[in-house]
Design a protein around this ligand. Structure first.
Ligand SMILES: *Cc1c(COP(=O)(O)O)cnc(C)c1O
Length: 367
């Protein structure tokens, strides 16, 4: 069976071993005679899967005991609203660092809930870089500062997170969670939709420091209150059982690989291969992100013109590559190389890029 060379931005490639394991257990999980989707979410079998996913995440990410781990629905996009609903009280302001479309969306949603301000912005360059620590400003009225750790569309990524002392740092990590080692204690709240690095769509991970949970939000809709989900171990209502099961398999896979440190090494090597191909192309390929802000998850690049981009994407498709078209706000191409994308696929892409450059350039000379 032929598997695609999948560079999709999200939903994205899953580890083949995870899909195989799920296939093995599809009709009969843990000798229940049922698929995981047919189990009661109150059954012991499901509860074990659910709790295993929580404890694996805690172990792999080295999450301290003063944090809660939640599995919610509604995607990262619902967190754009839930974060201010739960953390932004009257008289306070939420500060957002704008590094791309997702941070803009997060800011817009927060503006519907309370007072907001922009702490820094890279918009004037069409989001080619991550602002440095001294560009970020916020007042004493700050409820939190929000960042997007990896900018899926523009292909930039934070290397050094801002240190805010007392003010909680809130991070949308949808597209780089588990891709590298991070110090959780630097963050007040982390959220991530699963469909890039964690599993299929349908489950959203929220990691929240316990002291930030506000128990006086009695008017907040029950489902939008973090406290509801904390009190019920994310089992207040029916959770996305299949997605949580697949998340648990992905986390087992991460552990089998040797943990985030090993994934980080692999991701660095994968990204370097493609960026080197861009940098050694005599300007044929141009990276969108400034070198010091380059993402190890989403590599964005452009070609000399529209015609070249169109031909590149057509030929890439014929060669078995999927998902290389760039987002319309950047143009050109994007290779999303999340944890599950193997090095060998990146090597194939680099080979393809080199061949394409040569054949396109020599065709242009002949014409
Ligand atoms: C994909 C993505 C989102 C949106 O996630 P949904 O789960 O579709 O709501 C938000 N933020 C970032 C950084 C993303 O990459």
């Amino acid at each position: 069976m032929k598997r695609a060379l999948n560079f999709n931005a999200g939903p994205a490639a899953l580890p083949e071993a995870v899909l195989q394991k799920a296939q093995q257990e599809w009709l009969n999980i843990e000798d229940t005679g049922m698929s995981v989707m047919e189990l009661s979410h109150r059954s012991q079998t499901f509860e074990n899967i659910h709790n295993k996913a929580i404890s694996l995440l805690k172990e792999i990410m080295d999450i301290p005991d003063n944090y809660e781990i939640l599995f919610l629905q509604g995607g990262a996009s619902l967190q754009f609203s839930m974060v201010p609903m739960n953390l932004l009280s009257t008289g306070k302001k939420a500060y957002y660092v704008l590094t791309g479309s997702w941070s803009e969306k997060a800011l817009n949603e927060a503006g519907k809930i309370g007072d907001t301000a922009v702490a820094a912005s890279a918009k004037d360059t069409n989001y080619t870089y991550i602002p440095s620590a001294d560009e970020i400003s916020f007042g004493e009225d700050a409820a939190y500062v929000h960042i997007t750790t990896n900018n899926t569309i523009f292909g930039t990524q934070w290397n050094n997170y801002p240190v805010l002392e007392e003010v909680p740092l809130v991070a949308d990590m949808s597209s780089d969670i588990l891709s590298k080692k991070i110090d959780i204690s630097k963050f007040g709240l982390i959220y991530a939709g699963a469909q890039k690095n964690l599993g299929p769509s349908g489950v959203t991970v929220v990691i929240i420091r316990k002291d930030l949970v506000n128990s006086s939000l009695t008017n907040l809709p029950t489902m939008l209150n973090y406290e509801t989900h904390i009190k019920n171990n994310s089992l207040y209502n029916t959770p996305p059982t299949l997605a949580i099961y697949l998340l648990s398999l992905v986390l087992e896979w991460v552990k089998d690989q040797g943990g985030v440190e090993v994934l980080q090494e692999n991701n660095t090597a994968k990204a370097k291969l493609i960026y080197d191909a861009i940098d050694n192309s005599e300007g044929f390929y141009k990276g969108h992100a400034q070198p010091e802000s380059r993402s190890h998850m989403n590599v964005t690049f452009t070609l000399p013109d529209e015609a070249a981009t169109k031909k590149f994407l057509e030929e890439a498709k014929l060669a078995g590559f999927v998902g290389l078209n760039g987002h319309r706000s950047v143009g050109g191409c994007r290779a999303s190389i999340y944890n599950a994308v193997p090095l060998s696929h990146c090597e194939k892409l680099v080979g393809f890029m080199k061949n394409f450059k040569e054949s396109y350039s020599s065709a242009a000379i002949k014409a």
